[in-house]
Design a protein around this ligand. Structure first.
Ligand code: ZN
Ligand code: ZN
Length: 347
């Protein structure tokens, strides 16, 4: 007999809705649940017309157009434009770092609490053009950005104090960008972050049960199912995950199993750059330049295990957290990932 969760006497007059307003989906890696609002799902155009905070800064006041005058430290690396003599990317130490270089910290106690000094690295990866966001880049330019990520990662991964190197990019005010001039950031931190630990644990759990990579299984399914694919080529694929935490979430994967981002080959990097650029372009066109964050999840620097499948996650800011999200950690996506991907493929 099917269980009913509410005594009928509580709701004697309420008819049972045939179509439920939402469904819960479980992420096969983290095993976290998300809510997909199917019944009251929004149309794609709702997201396109969401109002965004105007976020601009005149070039004359931009710290990345006036690198020296703004008191930025000397660049760590400079990359020239693919077909020019001018610089295209400069990597600088962050003037206001979250972590700074020093002696490897040890865990200290404060009563029942534990704490560590914020030792690590914090770099900014600045692209030259004040107004040209990376969704507008060519494949070659996107590839150069990924090359800068890779080379800085390789330079820092053997630091004895660093447990994890996070590479991320914030675009737009709602996504927490502090300066509108396009830039990415790289943070080396002395602990492995909880989201990465969870994802690794999920990958390990699946490996134990199925003797296979959880992300390879997901990619294989998505390539066959096709409905959530946003972009793909020979080497990479972008899709809206089955258990999307947010409307229009996209994840980009190398198609072949690869555990460490920094070991990507030149050919794979170019293929990945093409798919990433296409995904960002479709968000730009489809949602009218939304704010977003993207970041790379990869095997932590000191781990030699090869079961994890590195990838890049793009989270457009299409909603804000309310009581449900803060109270449960469960996010509500107000469009299905199938509908989101179908719409994004048009741009
Ligand atoms: Zn600028
Ligand atoms: Zn894999």
């Amino acid at each position: 007999m099917k269980k009913k969760n509410v005594l009928k006497s509580n709701y004697p007059y309420l008819p049972q809705l045939k179509e439920k307003p939402s469904e819960l989906r479980q992420d096969m890696v983290s095993q976290d649940w998300v809510v997909i609002a199917t019944g009251r799902a929004r149309r794609p155009h709702f997201f396109k017309s969401q109002t965004r905070t105007k976020f601009s800064l005149p070039k004359s006041k931009c710290p990345f157009d006036n690198l020296k005058q703004a008191g930025n430290p000397e660049p760590i690396a400079i990359y020239k434009a693919p077909h020019g003599q001018n610089w295209f990317i400069q990597v600088l130490p962050n003037k206001f770092p979250a972590f700074s270089y020093g002696v490897c910290p040890v865990v200290k106690k404060s009563g029942p609490y534990s704490w560590l000094e914020g030792v690590g690295f914090h770099e900014v990866i600045v692209t030259k053009d004040h107004d040209r966001q990376i969704a507008k880049f060519s494949d070659e330019e996107m590839n150069l950005v990924l090359r800068a990520y890779q080379e800085r990662y390789l330079a820092l991964k053997n630091d004895p104090c660093t447990e994890y190197v996070l590479i991320f990019h914030n675009h737009g005010f709602e996504a927490g960008a502090s300066i509108p001039h396009p830039h990415s950031q790289l943070v080396g931190m002395p602990v492995a972050p909880p989201d990465v630990v969870n994802s690794l644990r999920g990958s390990q759990r699946y490996l134990k049960q199925h003797k296979a990579c959880v992300h390879c299984a997901m990619i294989k399914w998505e390539l066959k199912f096709k409905k959530r694919i946003v972009a793909e080529n020979d080497t990479a694929v972008a899709f809206c995950p089955f258990a999307s935490r947010r409307a229009f979430e996209i994840r980009v994967f190398p198609k072949n199993h690869s555990s460490h981002f920094e070991l990507i080959s030149e050919k794979e990097r170019l293929g990945f750059a093409q798919v990433l650029r296409k995904a960002l372009k479709s968000l730009f066109g489809g949602l009218n330049d939304p704010a977003y964050n993207f970041f790379i999840h990869t095997t932590p620097t000191k781990q030699k295990d090869r079961h994890y499948h590195w990838h890049l996650e793009i989270l457009p800011v299409t909603s804000t957290w309310g009581g449900v999200e803060f109270g449960t950690g469960i996010e509500i996506s107000t469009i299905t990932p199938e509908e989101a991907a179908k719409y994004l493929r048009k741009f």
